[in-house]
Write a protein that binds this ligand. Structure first.
Ligand code: NAD
Length: 366
């Protein structure tokens, strides 16, 4: 299927109208004049009826293939749980797409998606919205000014995920086929176990933490320093807490720490780059809070003493910047900043990190 070049407004279909679609993607699609919300897809009829009425959309589908067959849909955003099969179908249907992270659940299933997307000429990006955050972009500029890093640290303990529920109204539907949900989860678990291999399938929870929470951090690190050359060390601190030491060119080490479940009242996700004389730290904000960009802290020499400056990123919603970039790509004015290859690189690295842990066979899954 060859890529089409739709005129704006671009007709967008949303596949999977759950939390992230409702909190971020739908409001942004609705407000950007270059986009037109053309169709919705979800397993829940309640969700479809409510959001269809709210956004004035009549093309509401419970099967994603039906949405992909709709000629009014030029592009889709994929916000389901199991993305790989939907990405494959979107490419076959000739639709441009944003796929929420992770691109897929294993590198093996991601590899053909990257190839198919490249061959299609379609615009396909992974929803690593933090890479579009103005504070992160500013931080990259500052990192570029401090010379060869002595050491990099990336830390993500996240924070309370229930707080933002007071900020937004969400519709959830109980009218979903639970057998289908369970079957999808079981299928994904089996694919993950196969991807990790019998010797490491016992780390499936930790791997999922790396994919669901930590893939942002792998992407942030890669966005600044490229793909890690080595995994020198990995330690499972708990079922959802991992530490790893990665190696970058020129013998630059990076300490990565990701843990899910902290109940902090702040959002605890940052990258610090230690230079010879300076230090740059990027503090990410809670991803569910709109118009909150990352902040950058620069420590450097000032005469005979030290200076510490906090540089706020321009107030902006990273998801909105991501959509604006996507529009520019579809219009042929930009090349994807977060192409599918990066999603594959991160899956490969996540697998390498898990395989650097001591052997832990999974309970007969693999
Ligand atoms: N970029 C970010 O910061 C960010 C934040 C949260 C979630 N996410 C990603 O977004 C995705 C969705 O997360 P969420 O928190 O919105 O989950 P969710 O469970 O709230 O929503 C998923 C929705 O998809 C629907 N769905 C599932 N399978 C479907 C299918 N086959 N066809 C149609 N609809 C289907 C479900 O009914 C549900 O409404 C996940 O992959 C997650 O990793 C990204």
């Amino acid at each position: 299927m060859t890529a089409s070049n739709p005129k704006t407004p671009i007709g967008v279909g949303v596949i999977g109208c759950g939390e992230i679609a409702q909190l971020m993607h739908l409001p942004v699609i609705h407000e950007l004049p270059e986009l037109r919300l053309a169709a919705l897809c979800d397993l829940s009829r309640t969700v479809l009826d409510t959001l269809g009425a709210q956004y004035g959309v009549t093309a509401c589908y419970q099967e994603y293939q039906a949405l992909l067959d709709d000629p009014a849909v030029d592009a889709v955003v994929i916000c389901t749980f199991d993305h790989g099969p939907v990405v494959e179908a979107a490419i076959k249907a000739g639709k441009h797409f944003i796929v929420e992270k992770p691109l897929a659940f294993t590198s093996e299933e991601a590899r053909p998606l990257v190839k198919a997307a490249n061959e299609s000429g379609l615009v396909g990006i992974v929803g690593y919205m933090k890479l579009y955050d103005p504070g992160y972009r500013l931080g990259l500029e500052k990192i570029g000014q401090i010379g060869r890093p002595k050491m990099i640290q990336v830390h993500d303990f996240a924070g309370r995920f229930d707080r933002y529920q007071q900020l937004y109204t969400q519709v959830r539907g109980k009218d979903v086929d639970m057998e289908l949900i369970k079957a999808t989860q079981a299928d994904v678990a089996a694919r993950v176990a196969t991807g990790l291999g019998q010797a490491h399938a016992g780390y499936a929870d930790l791997y999922m933490t790396l994919l669901m929470l930590g893939s942002h951090d792998l992407a942030v690190l890669r966005g600044a320093f490229g793909v890690a050359e080595r995994v020198d060390y990995a330690q499972a601190v708990g079922p959802t807490h991992i530490m790893a030491v990665l190696g970058f060119p020129d013998r630059v080490p990076a300490l990565l720490e990701v843990a899910f479940g902290a109940q902090y009242e702040w959002w605890d996700e940052w990258m610090t780059v230690h230079g010879e004389k300076d230090e740059v730290r990027i503090d990410f904000q809670n991803p569910y809070v709109r118009n909150a960009a990352a902040t950058v802290r620069v420590r450097e020499a000032a005469g005979e003493g030290a200076s510490e400056r906090i540089l706020p990123g321009t107030p902006e919603t990273a998801f909105r910047r991501q959509w604006q970039h996507f529009i520019a790509c579809v219009e042929g004015k930009a090349a994807p900043l977060t192409p599918l290859q990066g999603g594959l690189d991160d899956l490969e690295l996540a697998e390498r990190i898990i395989k650097a842990l001591p052997v832990k066979p999974g309970g007969g899954q693999a």
